[in-house]
Design a protein around this ligand. Structure first.
Ligand code: PGA
Length: 258
């Protein structure tokens, strides 16, 4: 796994954005897998700036988000569709019909929505690059510990740990969903390239387990050890539990010299 350790979160956003920008330049009609959460906000800001300066266009790009709360209207300010519109889609030239989230109203069959989502990804040629955050419990998407490492898109129940971590985003007394549709671990592993971004000391244990722990559904992100093309961009705070972080820094510095 390529590991890029940066001094701070801002630098991590720049490094990660650079990887996405160079992909779009190489393949203007690429298929991006996207993530929500606090972590990628800085990265999306860099992408928006790159669009505004004319460096990159999203006009032929398609996107598939990792997850969406179950039975939440796309207009709801807590929906991930709303988040994506706010941070990226409304600020660049992406075509709304090329943006997908696993949106499922309570009236639809979750199995059918999941099946259609997987089919649409295939129809567009598969995901070229999947952006991921990581949960404090090692989840990727909403694949909580105990998720099958071969899972596909489906409805998942969020763990108390995830609900607690995300409660900061909800007002006191505001309804916080406990169910979400999420790409499966297997869906994520099918992406041609994976870019995982993590910042802050609260992510350091999960990052340590992802990189050098056993491959186990107790830390779903650990399956990325089996993927041939993963880049982890992490700030120094998130790197403190990596036993041999010096080695990863040396390796990256050699890579840049060669
Ligand atoms: P965060 O979420 O970026 O808000 O920390 C990441 C995740 O839970 O996957």
């Amino acid at each position: 796994m390529r590991v890029i350790i940066t001094d701070d979160a801002k630098q991590a956003a720049l490094e990660a954005a650079e990887i996405i920008i160079s992909l779009i330049k190489r393949k203007p009609d690429c298929v991006l897998g996207l993530a929500t959460g606090s972590t990628p906000i800085g990265l999306y800001e860099v992408l928006v700036e790159a669009f505004k300066s004319g460096e990159v266009s999203f006009s032929s790009v398609s996107t598939f988000n990792l997850d969406e709360y179950y039975d939440m209207s796309p207009e709801h300010h807590q929906s991930y569709r709303y988040f994506m519109d706010q941070h990226l889609f409304s600020k660049v030239d992406i075509k709304p019909e090329n943006t997908f989230l696993p949106e499922c109203s309570g009236k639809q069959s979750a199995e059918e929505v999941a099946k259609q989502y997987e089919m649409e990804i295939k129809r567009r040629g598969g995901i070229d690059l999947q952006l991921l955050g990581i949960g404090e419990n090692g989840h990727i998407g909403f694949n909580e510990p105990g998720s099958s490492l071969a899972s596909r898109t489906r409805l998942k129940t969020l763990t108390p740990n995830t609900l607690e971590a995300n409660s900061r985003l909800f007002e006191d007394g505001e309804f916080q969903p406990t169910l979400a549709m999420t790409m499966g671990v297997g869906t994520i592993m099918d992406a041609k390239q994976v870019l995982i971004l993590a910042t802050g000391t609260n992510k350091s244990e999960a990052i340590g387990n992802m990189l050098l722990g056993s491959i186990t559904s107790a830390c779903p992100a650990s399956i990325l050890q089996m993927h041939p093309h993963v880049t982890a961009v992490i700030d120094r705070d998130a790197s403190i539990d990596i036993e041999n972080s010096d080695y990863f820094e040396l390796s990256e510095s050699n890579r840049r010299k060669l």
